[in-house]
Design a protein around this ligand. Structure first.
Ligand SMILES: Cc1cc2nc3c(=O)[nH]c(=O)nc-3n(C[C@H](O)[C@H](O)[C@H](O)COP(=O)(O)OP(=O)(O)OC[C@H]3O[C@@H](n4cnc5c(N)ncnc54)[C@H](O)[C@@H]3O)c2cc1C
Length: 456
């Protein structure tokens, strides 16, 4: 779609939805993404507070010949920032937040701009939690609509399968409910098709019955990587589905705000959650603990504390990353990864991460949507901090270099929430699912009003 930005957008609104156009004093703050390395410059930024304001903005934008990009936090903004946004209204959902728990049904209704920590804290008093990801401040909608890899995932599957219903503002500005029994095609497509189908203003999700969870991390100096990496890979081959873990080789700059065990250090860290009794979890972890970690925080903790285990940055940060999905890793794969990021190397990355997949991740849920399962053994994510334009270029090259080295073990598929750069979106889905997704998209958004970070 090629259109000229229409500066009459404001006059087309029938609500007093907050709107910032280029040149407005608030525009530069409003367009900021959580990922500060992304310089998104849309035609306008809207900050709706209600579903009605969302519908108003979508209608006004479509009338003005503009497109609409839904965004919650901008954690996943990198692939959007690579697109031409001259004719795009960025609809930031940050003011549309809230989570209401129904403890009897074990569900939550979550507004479209809510971050995970709010849901986790709302569920905790009832002894419940959710299939959230590693970070407390990732948006529920952006994460779920891209699949969602949780530390509960090898037991409970791709997080989007927990969505029971979605309330969506569609391209014509209508607010519709999509569930197994209402607008079933849209419901199927939005569960993995992300912001390509509409603006999600609320989600109804299933919760998990965990008040506490056995979770934590094991940490070694990177010098130990030649023992720890192959041991974890070997362990992960037979680890029970109750264990979902990640292994990261990490490098931290010397910074006063970091705790001494991280500041200025190169480390190898295994973390995650094990849905077992303490005794059984200890038995599962025993082969890794036998490697004598310098720090071992695995213990039974309140489920709400699981969002802290991965130590994700607590504030907006500039980062670039690359990703692939790997199959089984043999000795050569382990040696290749060590040659890239092991002792003595200077990869330029903050981390190279392997998230253990398999188990319920690989099993399509009955009645699931377009992304009901994720195949593969490990999701590889290579990330570099990128505070300057030069660091963006260097970081992208560093991340790409490790992903390329691991290509002999990579599958064709990718995970939407881990894919930072623009990729061929068909790689997220099976062939039949991709065709059906395109058909449904053409029906619900024939003029291609919506643009997602991973545009179809
Ligand atoms: C520190 C960190 C930790 C992470 N941990 C994990 C993890 O453990 N597991 C995992 O799977 N992923 C993880 N991610 C990736 C994260 O899940 C994705 O980047 C996700 O897309 C972020 O969602 P968001 O809404 O916060 O980001 P945004 O950039 O706001 O959204 C990403 C995309 O989602 C869509 N979208 C967002 N909100 C809406 C809405 N209301 N309606 C319609 N479409 C919408 C849009 O297409 C948008 O471009 C992590 C990312 C970071 C930076």
């Amino acid at each position: 779609m090629t259109t000229t930005p229409d500066i009459t957008l404001r006059s087309r609104l029938t609500t007093d939805c907050e709107l910032h156009l280029p040149g407005d004093p608030g525009y530069d703050t409003a367009r900021l993404a959580w990922n500060l390395a992304v310089a998104q410059r849309p035609a306008a930024v809207a900050l709706p507070r209600t579903p009605e304001e969302v519908a108003d903005v979508v209608r006004a934008a479509a009338d003005a010949g503009l497109r609409v990009a839904p965004q919650t936090t901008g954690h996943g903004a990198a692939a959007l920032g690579e697109q031409d946004l001259d004719d795009v209204v960025l609809v930031k959902l940050a003011a549309l937040t809230g989570a209401t728990v129904d403890p009897t049904a074990r569900t939550a209704r979550v507004l479209g701009g809510t971050q995970w920590q709010e849901v986790v804290e709302a569920a905790a008093p009832y002894g419940l939690t959710a299939l959230h990801g590693s970070a407390p401040d990732v948006g529920v909608a952006g994460y779920l609509l891209g699949g969602g890899l949780s530390f509960y995932g090898r037991s409970h599957g791709v997080a989007v399968n927990s969505v029971r219903a979605a309330e969506v503002v569609t391209a014509d500005g209508a607010l519709v409910r999509a569930s197994a029994t209402e607008n079933a095609d849209l419901f199927w497509a939005v569960r993995g098709g992300g912001g390509n189908l509409g603006v999600v203003v609320a989600l109804e999700i299933d919760l998990l019955p965990y008040a506490e969870v056995y979770a934590g991390m094991l940490l070694w100096d990177r010098e130990r990587a030649p023992e720890v990496l192959p041991a974890w890979v070997e362990w992960s081959r037979t680890a029970p589905e109750s264990a979902t873990t990640s292994l990261r080789v990490m490098s931290f700059p010397p910074l006063p705000e970091l705790p001494p065990f991280l500041s200025g250090r190169d480390l190898i860290i295994i973390d995650g959650a094990i849905l077992e009794t303490d005794a059984d979890a200890d038995a599962v972890l025993a082969p890794l603990r036998a490697l004598g970690p310098e720090m071992d925080t695995f213990a039974r903790v309140p489920a709400a504390a699981l969002t802290q285990v991965h130590m994700d940055p607590p504030v907006p940060s500039p980062a670039v990353a690359d990703h692939s999905v790997l199959g089984p890793l043999d000795d050569e794969a382990v040696a290749t990864l060590l040659a890239q990021v092991g002792p003595g190397t200077r990869s330029g990355l903050m981390f190279a991460e392997l998230r253990h997949l398999g188990g319920a991740f690989a099993r399509p849920a009955a009645g699931g949507g377009v992304l009901a399962s994720i195949a593969g053994d490990y999701a590889l994510l290579c990330l570099a901090m990128a505070p300057t334009p030069e660091a963006v270029v260097a970081g992208k090259a560093a991340a790409f270099s490790v992903v390329r080295a691991m290509a002999p073990w990579a599958q064709a598929s990718l995970v939407p929430t881990f894919a930072e750069t623009r990729v061929d979106a068909s790689r997220f889905y099976g062939d039949e699912e991709w065709e059906r997704l395109l058909r449904i998209r053409a029906e619900v958004d024939p003029h291609r009003v919506f643009v997602a970070n991973h545009a179809l």
